[in-house]
Design a protein around this ligand. Sequence first.
Ligand SMILES: [Zn+2]
Length: 410
Amino acid sequence: MSAEEVNTVRLVARLNELGAVGQLQEGGRTRLALTDEERQGRDLIVTWLHEAGAEVVIDKVGNIFGVLTGTSSGAPVMTGSHIDTVRRAGHLDGCYGVVAGIEVLDTIYRSGTKPDRSLVVAAFTNEEGVRFMPDLMGSRVLTKEMGLAEALQTVSTDGALFCNELERIGYAGTVEPWSLLPASYVELHIEQGPVLDSREVPIGIVEGVQGYTWWEVSISGQANHAGTTPMDLRFDAAVAAFELISEISRFVKAEGRTTVVTTGTISLHPNAINVIAGRANFTLDIRDANDASRVEAEIELRRLLNNLTEIGFDFEIECIAKNHAVKFNENICASIESSVSELGINSLRMVSGASHDAQMLARVCPTAMIFVPSRNGVSHNPEEHTETENLALGAKVLMKTIRKMINSDS
Ligand SMILES: [Zn+2]
């Protein structure tokens, strides 16, 4: 192996070693933010960063940074992801981006020439948002999307205070999170969706992240006897809801539209076999990489609801979450593309359907992401898998891209 190459054998071995932390008997692992299991994972990352020649810095929200100092005094180039998990998770998710970042840093350190810009490998605190809400907390605080004090006072689902847990596991650092604000950021991640795997393309160049809105909808009709009420005299909230859900799905499936709409929950009241539903409550998750076309679907939703009032129904609608689409930096996407062509492999331009720390970083610096395929598109599941060959390719693309980033003036 030449000094220019990333050690992909060690990359895979370390992913397995980290994956064994928090392992469950029934398969998978659970390493929720700021638990004892996550502390063990953090300790491994810190050890590996030291071995790679990095100086380790912990900030006040518990983000871990491995710094390889460059010759210029400018802001660093940053890569990384997160090592906290959901419950019963796979072993790749955020870990892949962090561990591959350490391999890249190690390779650059061993090459003996100092980079122009400093290189930082980050493991962000509480990306998943399972134990403490919201998600992306470490990168939110770093980019000042969330106040540090507010983050530290967050209470977990098990009743623990964020700052106490951070102290308890020994990761309450002294550095201000934004003191290492980068000049640019690139994140390597598994796709967590089926596109690359189904098309047999090893690398995704991620141009942005979908925006989304979550709606709670309630349609009211009239509960009545299932036997005595003729069909033309009913105000059946169940039928109204199902028709509306079908209509909005048809709308977004029209040619040229990219929006995806999901009704993941629905409940009928009074929910009895022989009573016409008087009320239907359901959710709509509406996503698109293009905010304007997502808004068009939302306008259509309102039009369909207004139509219902004309035939005797009532409705209530509430937006419970909203995130604008994120557009990544074209120069970094082009850098990734040239790294891919140097390796003589295929790639695909795409948008991410899942949230990532990169979307926070994109608010403060040029940012992009690199995806590798997830077998059958499965993630947040012990079955999560990426072929070793593709894990190696992703790390090589990250290496080449970071080389360009740390040696450019932009
Ligand atoms: Zn992730």
